[in-house]
Design a protein around this ligand. Structure first.
Ligand code: EPZ
Length: 440
């Protein structure tokens, strides 16, 4: 199993290209199931989760080809310069003109919960889908009841059997008014896709406003869907008979960008995040600003400049967009471990997203967890240690801590990192980090 070895204490200076968002790419790939024509996605990041979604779609019968970053070389590999320029992504063409299986098997769904995003498109276009129930995961129980209830409201018959959920709508789905009792990114995406091919009008109330949801909606519009209220909490979809070919460029990854912004902050550095849009990161930028780290828009992206003092302690509460993202909570906590003062970090989205805490403590952090809040008292410095985590964002928070720590840190089990960060060690090393991947 690969590890990352980090010698901490280097100030990071330079530029980092930001890739397409993983959490936009996954639903966009699932959206290919809505049409028999080709969907072309640009800036698809090269990540383990994307490979899992590729395997899932291929077993449904989707043909997927990769071409170079700007579509020039059709051999499935982008040339080095092209990949670096756009954060490493590639162009992916997906064609679902021969869907043979509408079953998403346990082996793939268990690897990645986002597999449930095939449910809506399959029922809407093929009248049925059978998807393994994902079960709990490292960060919480994460049920999919809102996805299923929404599909029932669109007229699907939903049955749970043998660990699988089967949804049937042999005569098609019908538009409805769906009020989400709580904000869910995945349920909004599943129902947005399903409603695009339903008869009549669907209104999604209390919909998720995450930029990745808006990106999906924009791609669906390019495919011929009729959608209003994109980016708001009330989305209106007027169903159409069929969708068609489209080409779409994936929104940049605000979580990858936020992670590297914190890498700059925790090392007292100065980094430009190429291709990122500050408008997608208002809450993290505000929080980092309060900690003394300036984020400003540039012609090419965002500049992040740490002050010359330790960061100030800032309280953080995770919330649905436009609030502070849960996917940056662990990274922000790593920064707060070396703050001057204290920070109360409250996680409101997932019930078990503090797995990084004991590992950060092994590096010398002072953190006490009380229910859904963690009290972080800043220390002058961390010390390197062998660490590991069982979740993507928790793992990267340990990399960040390692960049700031005195001595050597080894982050084990980095396959979690490879699920969501493309070439993380290369991007950090290019800014002066002393970091290497050790292959066993
Ligand atoms: C998406 O997960 C992201 N994943 C997560 O990214 C992210 O943490 C999360 O949104 C919140 O922003 C993808 O986009 C692929 P939710 P999702 O449905 O859609 C509860 C990362 O590190 N809920 O918005 O699964 C749920 O348990 C990750 O990249 C129900 O109760 O999240 C949670 O407490 C991990 N019933 C809350 O809602 C449901 O039917 C929000 O979950 C659905 C959700």
């Amino acid at each position: 199993m690969d590890r990352l070895r980090i010698a901490g204490g280097k100030r990071l200076v330079g530029e980092i290209p930001i890739g397409g968002a993983k959490n936009a790419a996954l639903p966009l790939m699932a959206a290919s199931l809505l049409t028999d024509q080709e969907l072309t996605l640009r800036h698809v990041p090269r990540l383990a989760d994307i490979d899992t979604m590729t395997n899932l779609l291929v077993q449904h019968g989707v043909t997927i080809t990769l071409v170079g970053a700007n579509g020039k070389n059709g051999n499935g590999h982008a040339k080095g310069d092209e990949r670096r320029a756009n954060g490493g992504g590639v162009t992916m063409r997906l064609k679902a003109d021969d869907v043979g299986s509408t079953t998403a098997p346990y082996d793939l769904v268990r690897k990645m919960r986002a597999s449930v995003l095939v449910l809506g498109p399959l029922v809407a276009r093929h009248g049925q889908a059978r998807v393994s129930l994902p079960g709990g995961c490292a960060i919480g129980t994460r049920p999919i009841d809102l996805h299923l209830k929404g599909l029932q409201e669109l007229g699907a018959e939903v049955v749970l059997e043998g660990g699988y959920v089967t949804a049937r709508a042999p005569h098609g789905l019908t538009g409805a008014r769906i009020v989400f009792p709580q904000v869910s990114v995945g349920a909004t995406e599943n129902l947005l896709m399903a409603a695009s091919l339903a008869r009549g009008e669907t209104v999604l109330v209390n919909a998720a406003r995450e930029p990745e949801v808006a990106d999906l909606a924009r791609c669906l519009v390019a495919m011929g869907a009729e959608i209003e209220g994109i980016g708001t909490d009330q989305i209106v979809v007027r169903g159409v008979d069929r969708l068609h070919a489209a080409e779409h460029q994936i929104v940049p990854d605000r979580i990858e960008a936020g992670t590297f912004a914190i890498a700059a902050a925790i090392t007292g550095g100065d980094i430009e995040l190429l291709g990122m849009d500050l408008a997608l990161m208002e809450a993290p930028a505000k929080t980092l600003g309060e900690a003394g780290v300036a984020m400003s828009g540039t012609e090419r992206g965002i500049r992040v400049a740490a002050g010359n003092r330790r960061p100030a302690g800032v309280d953080v509460m995770t919330e649905p967009f436009p609030g502070f993202p849960t996917d940056l909570q662990a990274q922000m906590m790593a920064l707060m471990t070396v703050s001057e003062g204290a920070a109360m970090i409250t996680e409101t989205i997932f019930e078990n997203r503090f797995m990084h805490v004991p590992e950060l403590c092994r590096m010398g952090a002072n953190i006490n967890v009380h229910g859904s809040s963690a009290m972080v008292r800043g220390v002058a410095s961390l010390t390197g240690a062998p660490v590991m985590a069982t979740d993507l964002r928790a793992s990267v928070s340990l990399v960040l801590a390692g960049l700031a720590a005195r001595g050597e840190t080894t982050v084990n089990r980095i396959y979690h990192l490879d699920r969501g960060y493309e070439r993380v060690e290369e991007k950090l090393a290019a800014c002066g980090a002393d970091i290497e991947r050790v292959r066993d």
